[in-house]
Ligand binder design. Sequence first.
Ligand SMILES: *Cc1c(COP(=O)(O)O)cnc(C)c1O
Length: 372
Amino acid sequence: MSDKPIYVTQPFLPPLEEFTGYLEQIWKNKTLTNGGPFHQQLEKALCDYLGVEHIALFNNGTIALITALQALEIKGEVITTPYSFVATAHSLLWNGIEPIFVDVDPNTLNLDPLKIEAAITPKTSAIMPVHCYGHPCDVDAIQEIAERHNLKVIYDAAHAFGVQCDCGSVLKHGDLSVLSFHATKVFNTFEGGAIVCPDAETKHYIDQLKNFGFVDEVTVDIAGINGKMSEINAAFGLVQLKHIDAALEERKKVDLQYRSLLKDIKGIRCLEGSGEKFSNYSYFPILVEEEYPITRDELYKKLKDNGIFARRYFYPLISEFPMYKDLHSSVPSNLLVASDAAKKVLCLPIYPGLMSEDQERVVAVLRSPFSR
Ligand SMILES: *Cc1c(COP(=O)(O)O)cnc(C)c1O
């Protein structure tokens, strides 16, 4: 068997020849950033592709999250999940907001709507759920709670590019949804992100916020930031978008193959979707349960020794990092489901172009503790 390394993901790159024409165009018109032609084209193309009305592009997903909170003037406390990438909670700290961690649902590992209301206080102003692994949150239940308590909802939709539920794009839920186009994501612009906005007025305000707060050449009326996406990144996104359907199709094949290969391995549980009509197969999380002969960390190491670099997304929990661990909502007894998942989860390699032989190599290691 070959022992070439297999990483959890490989960036999705379209054919280089297709990109060079765009570069020549940039060199010719000398517009490098500040909402140039490719930036405008990509916003339009993404709206069409994703089935949403308004998108504001950003230089990365984290600045987009920070700006989304600014746009809605969120203050005080925000209810969020500890089971996510650390940028979710960091965007709150950067706005002087206290994250209030609430436990996740054992089936989806998304924020558990049944536990949200108990965490609401007079200081609560919003809920920031994450569509973890691209599986939609219980958007209806969350919306209902938000309306009852007059809270805003900002979705960290960094994993949810292209995901559809019965009512269309999952990105249409909440007051704002935030995407990441980082190199490791399903759709990437090297670095990049976006805010999905419900109306033209909101997009206009967010466009102003991401450009230092400029209204015109001589007028600045809000303390904005530099969140602009460059023309190079936007052009790359346009090329990439032409290949996204094929890439998603390949991910789907990998997903189905794992499910069939792993079906009868005792103690390995594949996480199911959560009712999406169209998935993006962005991650392939498994849970290493008690019945499995070795622990998750032993399996992680065994894979590594065989050149397979699975990742423990999400371990540690955000609430365990030093800037969060002393918050009252971070106590482990408040986050039992999330703590358990963080101990058991392992994300297996999945990306367009992952060969079926590679998957068999991964699964052979998963089977090996049974044959000792
Ligand atoms: C990737 C990611 C982010 C941050 O996006 P960047 O574009 O890397 O800044 C935020 N939240 C989640 C859940 C992510 O996976």
